[in-house]
Design a binder for this molecule. Structure first.
Ligand code: NIG
Ligand code: FE
Length: 415
């Protein structure tokens, strides 16, 4: 019989949604909870939960007990956008930006994504695996239970496949839920600077067939942006991905009104991510679609950009998710607790909205909502147990402090 764990004396069990549907508009502030409760786990799954007062009837013989001592229990974070496989950090560019150079200037001079690609080409699959493994451990201790990881620092057939094989190994080895996204269209490599059609042919004819045959990706992504991939190029690449069964998740409207939203909606993309640069038309279009807008406040913060218009998106009825964008160039942190604080402080999301956006809606942005993202019988027991906290709002309020006492991934305590 699978091992059982009983968590008792939960001050507040948060996120007990009775459905797995994406939350849009006003629904985002609805975060159902139960006070003074227990939660029972068998194997890697939540089996039941209820008020402590009803616990006497529960079978507790041979069960591992965890006393939450009044701490809150939440679903673990579902971080639906990261680039956490990379060869080296880029703090030299960080200093350049402090001195006044822009992200675009650095990219145009061979820095940025090209800098990461150069370093990745010179790094072995094992080295990449080991450093990414450490990052996975680090984010899981900060409460992340589900994570998406993109390729995109390869930019050649060999190096893109190397990255995706590293992600495949991480999936096989880790108990986290991991989804892989093919981002060969992150930027044009120098060799193809003046031959966009040639690089797109490489993506479509050389990379995608191998990726599909080896089942190396779950989604396809394109950086739809001025100076990177045009809306037409984005569409062409994503259509090819769709033919191989890969739904799209697009980088759009980060630096300019890049028509990323229009392209994503047209492609029926699962999500369009970033959205720092939006106009009313893009907000309304996104709100009227099934595409999730994924906001990455750490990237806006780190690049000193204006924040995505979270409030306008919510008021228009859009479905939004929150993710870390963990990468060496624009967001060198995978800390979802910090994302939560940024979302509340800078984008005026309510604590309940931010938690839903970082859990259930993040799961929906990865099509894993039946597996994780809320507290529900039958879902994975990926849980955060907090220290004793005075209220839910204390989590984003106490920015930079760790409120986490314990994290369970697939029913197993990490500490
Ligand atoms: O999501 N915007 C495109 N890609 C990444 C950054 C990549 C990098 O600078 O290394 C992002 O911000
Ligand atoms: Fe990104």
């Amino acid at each position: 019989m699978a091992s059982a764990t009983l968590i008792t004396h939960i001050g507040r069990l948060v996120g007990i949604h009775d459905h797995d549907t994406v939350l849009r508009g006003k629904q985002l502030s609805q975060l159902p909870f139960l006070e003074d409760s227990f939660l029972l786990i068998e194997g890697d799954q939540i089996v039941s939960f209820g008020p402590m007062s009803s616990l006497e009837q529960m079978p507790i013989n041979g069960t591992h007990l965890i006393d939450a001592k009044g701490g809150y229990v939440l679903p673990a974070w579902c971080d639906s956008h990261t680039h956490l496989v990379f060869a080296a950090t880029r703090e030299d560019e960080f200093v350049e930006k402090i001195k006044g150079r822009s992200y675009q200037e650095i990219a145009a001079n061979g820095g940025g994504i090209l800098n990461s690609a150069k370093k990745l080409a010179a790094t072995s699959e094992d080295q990449l695996f080991n450093s990414a493994w450490q990052r996975l451990l680090e984010i899981s201790k900060m409460g992340t239970g589900t994570v998406e990881i993109k390729s995109g620092y390869g930019l050649s057939v060999e190096a893109e496949l190397k990255m995706l094989r590293v992600i495949k190994r991480l999936k096989e080895r880790s108990s986290l839920v991991i989804k892989a996204t093919f981002l060969g269209a992150h930027t044009f490599p120098l060799l193809y600077k003046d031959d966009h059609a040639g690089y797109i042919r490489l993506i479509i004819d050389e990379m995608l067939p191998v990726i599909a045959a080896e089942k190396l990706a779950d989604f396809i992504d394109v950086f739809c942006e001025e100076g990177f991939f045009s809306p037409e190029e984005t569409e062409q690449i994503c259509q090819a991905g769709l033919r191989h069964g890969l739904p799209a998740k697009i980088h759009g409207n980060q630096l300019h009104l890049s028509k990323g939203v229009q392209t994503a909606v047209k492609l029926k993309a699962i999500s369009v991510d970033h959205l720092e640069t939006m106009d009313e038309e893009s907000i309304q279009l996104l709100a009227s679609s099934n595409t999730i807008g994924t906001l990455l406040p750490n990237a806006a913060f780190f690049l000193r950009m204006s924040d995505p218009p979270a409030r306008q998106l919510i008021e228009a009825g859009a479905a939004i998710a929150l993710a870390s964008d963990y990468n060496p160039g624009s967001a060198p942190s995978g800390n979802m607790n910090w994302v939560l604080s940024q979302a509340c402080i800078r984008m005026r999301m309510l604590p309940e909205e931010a938690i839903n956006a970082a859990t259930l809606n993040g799961a929906c942005a990865l099509q894993t909502q039946h597996q994780c993202g809320s507290i529900r019988a039958g879902k994975r027991a990926d849980l955060i147990i907090t220290k004793s906290i005075p209220s839910l709002a204390y989590l984003p309020y106490a920015f930079g402090q760790s409120c986490i006492e314990q994290v369970l991934v697939a029913g197993e305590p990490l500490f």
